[in-house]
Design a protein around this ligand. Structure first.
Ligand SMILES: Cc1cc2nc3c(=O)[nH]c(=O)nc-3n(C[C@H](O)[C@H](O)[C@H](O)COP(=O)(O)O)c2cc1C
Length: 404
């Protein structure tokens, strides 16, 4: 997470929803990432979960009443509002959403919301009929028009046994929204196209040619690009990974499918990062029925797949874009990568030695070298998440220089 949260003051509003217990975990995660968390609980929220829980997890005082008996902080709503880097309201009850939509200031949380100019994230949680009621929907639209980020709740079985939208969003998603909100957003307004995973080239309905790519590196890049404020499209070969929050994923299987999707989507992208391991070859013939053991040939005739990265590098609008390639090499790493950099007309290439332990396919770590026309930068052996962040830092530097 690269310490985006460290030292940031987050005002965390908890309201009277049955989901209040879930956000104890959120506060704990934020505190572990060294965020400074001030929890404000509505009166109703305190009926669902004890303030002591949040005090223990955040390591800070928990705020409740507007007019507290303790006079040490007579203007808490103004002090909290001014100190805030971000305000998160989770779970946000229908009542609090209505209160905020009407600009009311009848408790500490709503007064702080009016007094702050920090970004505000609202995570509704309620029965699905309450959520879908026209009154709630209109209130949510109002909040969005105020510029608040209202997160769509999850759908599913609720505590009240109703099934539908209204469940508090999961922490994994909320975390991504918080990180995007607090990042410097170097890619705000930019469309980034990322490819990930392997491709599969069918031999018959049961068998295919593929490679060991897990897609983890590309998915980490997509996550990091979203956090950096980008509008992200991920073209993914078959993987078992979940689509990162906020990312548009297009699933493909073959190199030819990846080629046509990437070519179409590349028109609107200003940054393209090709981390997919596309099969260089496909079988010349695809059998429509499973080939029986007795009929199997001992050799497989292959034909070349389109070279997507090469074609992207030759496009007429090439210079309007940033183009980054990946190379997985097992010998003469730097030399091979430089050849690819030049031939494919890339801004830079990220290369790894797939023979090195903890680097490349399948594992959660990587050891990448970034090579451009002038420089060679050896990134540390670290998580794919951190590697993605460092790669995007280099992309952000190029972008900055381009727009200067
Ligand atoms: C057991 C129980 C569970 C409730 N769960 C929710 C809920 O998930 N979402 C919601 O909007 N209201 C829920 N309510 C109703 C709110 O607590 C009520 O509207 C309250 O006035 C909210 O006040 P607040 O927004 O100031 O916290 C629940 C009430 C009870 C008794």
């Amino acid at each position: 997470m690269a310490k985006i949260l460290a030292g940031k003051r987050i005002i965390f509003g908890v309201t009277g929803s049955i989901a209040a217990f879930k956000v104890a975990g959120w506060v704990s995660h934020l505190a572990k990432e060294e965020a400074l968390v001030s929890v404000i609980m509505t009166e109703s929220a305190q009926r669902f979960i004890a303030p002591l829980t949040f005090a223990a997890l955040s390591g800070e005082k928990v705020y409740g009443a507007m007019f507290a008996d303790d006079m040490s902080e007579p203007m808490a709503h103004i002090d909290l509002a001014q100190a805030a880097s971000l305000l998160v309201i989770a779970p946000a009850s229908a009542q609090t959403i209505a209160r905020l939509a009407h600009g009311m200031a009848d408790d500490l949380l709503s007064t702080t919301v009016l007094a702050t100019r920090a970004p505000i994230i609202v995570c509704p949680a309620m029965n699905s009929k309450m959520y879908l009621h026209q009154a709630t929907q209109e209130n949510i639209t109002k909040l969005r028009n105020f510029g608040y980020i209202v997160v769509d709740p999850d759908s599913g079985m609720m505590a009240c046994k109703d099934d539908g939208p209204g469940r508090l969003v999961e922490w994994d998603s909320a975390q991504e929204i918080i990180l995007r909100c607090l990042s410097d957003k170097p890619f705000l307004g930019k469309k980034i196209l990322i490819t990930a995973g392997p491709t599969r080239e069918a031999i018959d309905p049961a068998r295919f040619l593929s490679n060991r790519s897990s897609g983890k590196m590309g998915y980490a890049l997509a996550r990091a690009a979203y956090r950096g404020g980008a509008d992200v499209t991920l073209v993914s070969g078959p993987t078992t990974l979940e689509c990162p929050y906020g990312v548009e994923r297009i699933e493909v299987e073959t190199a030819e499918e990846m080629y046509s999707t990437v070519m179409e989507k590349s028109r609107e992208a200003s940054i393209i990062i090709k981390s997919a391991a596309v099969s260089d070859f496909r079988p010349t013939e695809i059998h429509t029925q499973k080939v029986k053991k007795d009929n199997i040939k001992t050799s497989l005739e292959l034909q070349a797949n389109p070279d997507i990265l090469f074609e992207l590098g030759q496009q007429a609008d090439r210079n309007d874009k940033i183009l980054v390639g990946f190379a997985a090499e097992s010998a003469n790493i730097e030399k091979e990568a430089r050849k690819k950099l030049t031939r494919k007309n890339l801004d830079f290439i990220a290369v790894n030695n797939i023979k090195e332990e903890g680097s490349g396919f399948g594992v959660d770590t990587n050891k990448i070298t970034l090579i451009d026309a002038e420089d060679t930068i050896h990134l540390p052996h670290t998580s794919k998440e951190e590697t993605a962040r460092l790669i995007l830092e280099s992309v952000a530097t190029i972008l900055k220089n381009k727009t200067r």
